[in-house]
Write a protein that binds this ligand. Structure first.
Ligand code: 1CP
Length: 333
């Protein structure tokens, strides 16, 4: 059993830790590769480089898992929608040709994402991963839908408009769920030992629409991962009621964002909790970081808990702060 899986089941007393966006722009060794690879999608589909980037943070820090270097937007890409990453702006997606998209078959889809699966196969046996998990991931159906319709990262008020064409959205959501399962399945078959589902834009939706866009489609994916007998972590960032989410979607682990009160979560939720710490504390001073890290470790002391952030590591983070954090968490009791 790996360190993280022991932690999920609370078999050992040791603290465990990994970080969302642990591979990425705050690491000089990543920036070096990135500067020579301007096309981000191509970089994700370079199996040697994406495997190398996945391992980079494990060479520096005693973290308990690797997360495959890839992106949630590779799914729209493999469904035939164009996806580009514009510098200092973020992702830009093209128009959806639904007629064409609905004809895409499993083989074509898998063929486009083969390098991701090959990168997982390459990475899983590296010595740096001994006794550690390799996390595969997908965007949640809702978050993928948001990007596909909005064609860029949304602002808070521009989504409602796009949800009016109900029949089209329902059909699109079905296609998304079908191919997310295929993507999950191939990551597991290639060697991913845990799956995380990122619902980064859950906070955009009105509660009345949760069943249709968040609970039901995510539960479908969660049940699918469970049928493969590996743990599934859900991160519904900004969802207004984590308790209902957990009781309806039933993941193995719930990853919380920095806006929720960890004490309330600890009192009301009885599955393994992950995360919470605001990533801004990694950009501040060490004393303040320590105070806030302790808060989470103390609150979850007697519960199964995976230390992580409430969202990804910020690009302006100094790697020495991450080193300090990892050592502090590992040595704290
Ligand atoms: O150099 C660069 O400009 C690229 C920055 C970058 C990186 C390092 C992007 C662009 N994606 C990634 C990798 C990535 N994305 C990983 C693997 C690395 C790791 O975690 O260590 C993962 C798990 C993701 C997931 C992802 N992509 C999410 C969900 C998590 C979250 O941050 O909310 C989302 C919303 C995306 C879309 C995306 N990819 C990249 C950008 C700039 C965006 C838009 C959202 C954003 O600004 O964060």
């Amino acid at each position: 059993m790996t360190v993280l899986q022991n932690c999920i089941k609370k078999i050992s007393k040791d603290n465990c830790i990994w970080l969302m966006r642990q591979a990425g722009r705050y690491l000089p060794e990543f920036r070096e590769i990135r500067s020579k690879n301007q096309d981000f999608i191509k970089l994700c589909l370079n199996e040697n480089l994406s495997s190398e980037i996945t391992i980079q943070p494990l060479r520096r820090f005693n973290i308990d898992a690797a997360i495959i270097f890839s992106d949630i937007l590779l799914v729209p890409y493999a469904l035939g929608q164009s996806v580009k990453f514009k510098k200092d702006f973020g992702p830009l997606l093209g128009e959806i040709d639904f007629n064409k998209m609905s004809k895409i078959n499993e083989i074509e889809f898998i063929d486009k994402l083969k390098p991701v699966y090959n990168a997982i196969k390459k990475t899983k046996d590296q010595t740096e991963l001994k006794n550690k998990d390799l996390i595969g991931f997908v965007g949640a159906p809702w978050t993928i839908l948001v990007y596909m319709l909005n064609q860029r990262s949304p602002k808070n008020d521009d989504i409602e408009l796009n949800l009016k064409d109900k029949k089209f959205i329902e059909d699109l959501l079905k296609v998304i769920v079908k191919f997310l399962k295929i993507h999950i399945n191939n990551q597991i078959e290639s060697g991913a030992t845990i799956i995380q589902i990122f619902d980064s834009w859950a906070g955009l939706l009105n509660k009345k629409d949760y069943d249709k866009y968040i609970y039901n489609p995510t539960k479908d994916l969660v049940n699918f991962v469970k049928s493969k007998k590996i743990p599934v972590i859900c991160f519904p960032k900004g969802v207004n009621d984590y308790k209902s989410y957990v009781s309806l979607v039933k993941p193995d682990v719930i990853s919380i964002d920095y806006d929720v009160d960890p004490k309330k979560i600890s009192d009301s939720i009885d599955i393994t909790v992950q995360g919470g710490l605001d990533p801004k504390f990694l950009v501040g001073d060490k004393e303040e970081l320590k105070t806030n890290v302790k808060k989470y470790l103390d609150i979850f002391k007697d519960k199964p808990y995976i230390f992580n952030l409430g969202h990804g590591v910020l690009p302006n983070t100094d790697p020495s702060m991450v080193d300090y954090l990892v050592k502090f968490v590992k040595n704290y009791s």
